[in-house]
Design a protein around this ligand. Structure first.
Ligand code: GLY
Ligand code: MN
Ligand code: MN
Length: 442
């Protein structure tokens, strides 16, 4: 149990001001995520939309953000929230709602309206705005409503009212902002990483041959929630033996056997921010020689990739660094044969390593932000956060010695780019052979 990092409405307001300063004349409309039914009357746990959360911090469903860029000569910019009315009957069943009145103060808006007033108010807010920024195509139900509101404005053309003539994707501005984490976000991400790393350590200590993959999953989820995470950041992969070679294995329903490796890709989400950690270790606490040989190659590739995460390098530099080590390692194991540059050129690693070495990380586990600018891999810059996750997955094959069959290894850490390199947020999860074997012996 750690103290909660306090919510900070001023940060969300400052982000909205940045959007307003960037978007040019017009109006931005952004709805939060809908509630989703799981089956009959049961809902999936509610998760707000990440863009909406980034700009508002407002946690309830049925809410819409409207930003109106001011005309400096006449009107200042305006930040508006639509949210559910207070409703004592619903609050008895479902819990507290802010309501427009309290939301105005608490979340620092200039105006708030009841969600039920959208059809009445939105056409008015669109009137005479030159541009509409909107998450086009994200939700067809919303697209239909938006077209209805636009048509309502167009219907008033003879009264001298104009509808927006330019439609822009609201996500473009917000994606780029989200790519660079501020200190508040980095603190939340460190907390998500710390809690998730503690879960991995607990899973490592709990693991014994004969246990079910689901029992290890339970250990992880217990520690994520106990540590203060609101939810898992994604569905946990707890993959023993051959299951580790299935990249998105989530059944987690098999028995763990002595002599097999266990690959765990699991992490929690803390106040909206994801961690993303993979560790691989022997079920019985001791690596066999072939397992260790492959593990040391993946680990060396991961260290090389982490060393390549620094300003001045591009997004792809860590992947290129990992590929070089993995390709050399596959040659050392005699699984590949040839000259390294040629093998890299031919993508000879693909049968054993079929994914990239990372992705942006933040409010979404595969976070917002472009990877290329003007067709080129973008430079890494301080404040960017990403995963570094090389692996090797060796399936049974006539061309591979049986000793390597079904060895699936991935090692994944979360890193934040700093001025001269990067911080590894998830360093607390045991990673070297010695750390793993010592911890499991203890
Ligand atoms: N856990 C999802 C990923 O590693 O990309
Ligand atoms: Mn990942
Ligand atoms: Mn992962």
């Amino acid at each position: 149990m750690q103290a909660e990092i306090t919510r900070n409405p001023a940060i969300h307001r400052a982000r909205r001001e940045r959007v307003l300063a960037t978007m040019g004349a017009g109006v931005l409309i952004l709805a939060t995520a809908p509630e989703v039914i799981r089956n009959r009357d049961a809902h999936f746990p509610y998760r707000y939309d990440s863009h909406f959360h980034y700009l508002t911090g407002f946690p309830e469903p049925e809410a819409v953000l409207v930003l109106i860029a001011g005309d400096s000569d006449k009107t200042p910019p305006k930040q508006i929230l639509f949210c559910r009315e207070k409703n004592m009957e619903r609050e008895i069943w479902d819990g507290f709602r802010f309501g427009p009145e309290a939301a105005l103060e608490t979340f620092r808006f200039d105006a708030t309206f009841a969600y039920d007033k959208l059809d009445e108010e939105l056409p008015r807010l669109l009137e005479n705005q030159p541009a509409l920024h909107y998450a086009i195509g994200f939700d067809t139900a919303w697209d239909t409503r938006m077209l209805g509101w636009l048509n309502a404005v167009r219907a008033k053309a003879r009264t001298g009212v104009a509808a927006p003539t330019t439609l822009l994707d609201a996500r473009a501005i917000i994606d780029e902002m989200r790519l660079f984490k501020d200190t508040h976000e980095l603190a939340l991400m460190q907390r998500a990483a710390d809690i998730s790393a503690a879960g991995h350590r607990a899973a490592l200590l709990a693991c014994k041959p004969g246990m079910g993959e689901w029992e290890i999953e339970a250990e992880l989820l217990y520690h994520f929630r106990k540590g203060g995470c609101q939810a898992p950041a994604y569905t946990a992969i707890v993959a023993g033996g051959a299951n580790a070679c299935v990249l998105h294995y989530v059944n987690n329903d098999q028995i763990l056997r002595a002599g097999d490796l266990l690959l765990i890709d699991a992490a929690g989400e803390y106040q909206g921010y994801a961690a993303d950690i993979t560790r691989t270790f022997p079920v019985n606490g001791r690596f066999s020689t072939p397992q260790r040989d492959v593990y040391e190659i993946v680990l060396a590739a991961q260290f090389a990739a982490i060393a390549a995460v620094k300003p001045g390098n591009t997004w792809n530099a860590p992947h290129e660094a990992a590929l070089r080590v993995l390709t050399q390692g596959l040659c050392d194991l005699k699984l590949l044969d040839g000259e390294i540059d040629g093998l890299i050129e031919q993508e000879a690693h693909k049968p054993f390593y079929m994914h990239k070495t990372g992705h942006w990380l933040g409010l979404d586990v595969h976070d917002a932000g472009e990877y290329k600018l003007h067709g080129e891999w973008r430079p890494l810059q301080p404040g960017m956060t990403l995963t570094v996750e090389p692996g090797l997955y060796i399936r049974p094959s006539d061309s591979v010695p049986e000793a390597f069959w079904n060895i699936g290894i991935r090692i994944e850490d979360d890193v934040a780019v700093t001025r001269d390199g990067c911080d590894v947020l998830t360093a607390a999860a045991p990673k070297t052979v010695a750390e793993i074997e010592t911890a499991m012996r203890g």
